[in-house]
Design a protein around this ligand. Sequence first.
Ligand code: BEZ
Ligand code: FE
Length: 290
Amino acid sequence: MRNVTSETITKAFLDYCSDDTDPRLKFVLEKLATHLHDFVRETNLTHDEWRKGLELLYAAGEISTPERNEFILFSDVLGLSSLVDMVNSPDDGTPSSVLGPFHVLGAPDVPVGADLKGDNEGTTVVVGGMVRTPDGAPIEGAELEIWQTADNGLYSNQDEAQPEYNLRAHMTTGADGRYLFSTVRPAPYTVPDDGPVGELLNNTGRHPWRPSHLHFIVTAPGYGTLVTEVFPSDDPYLDEDPVFGVREQLVMEYQKRESTDGLPDDLVAKDQLDTPYYMVDFDFVLSDNR
Ligand code: BEZ
Ligand code: FE
């Protein structure tokens, strides 16, 4: 097409895609081009603003490493990652939430009831519940990947003082679908804010503090993979998570307990728990529609 105008440029873009373009790719590109072109028309984007946006992307590339992906962080703080989670979350299962950059493969296999706290400083928390179907049946053989920060707000792969797999575990449920572990209460921490994402947060008066959380990936044969997080109801940052990961169903009361009476016998640290400690009771509901 010649004489492309600000009104015809979107159609020209689509016409340039060949007829044998994969239909889903064509549909997604059509929507992307439509929204991007509308964005420029609606904002009357200036050259300076357009260049600034591209400079941010360039800076994101420059600061990114295999361990730090600034593009994902941009997606996180713009709400894109969470929106993708939301549109892909089944109605009948536990909502998903951001994976984040701190998951590592190879966490040690531990039995149900294991102690992750070990020598870690901080408040003891006992976390347990069931992995179950939407109608309440326990799921045997569900695998949970668990990871969290230590009391200093750092994950083990950010902190040389922590053992490699500190506060990380892989657990498999038995016939009753139960999971259980003792650990330390995770701490709030900041998303990396020394790069272009930090500049964006700073220029818009936003802070980088994520509410504290426990991360989980829960899988079981025949069910969709659940990537999620569980947050304590008293965290000061619950309503201002910079990556929009909080959902009402993922907010849990950390119940204060003064005695270890009534704790399950398979809790390995049952007789060594410091009191008071906190209990978190949370079921993971896996959907086969995910
Ligand atoms: C996290 O929860 O580990 C995380 C998520 C998004 C950005 C940074 C960290
Ligand atoms: Fe995290």
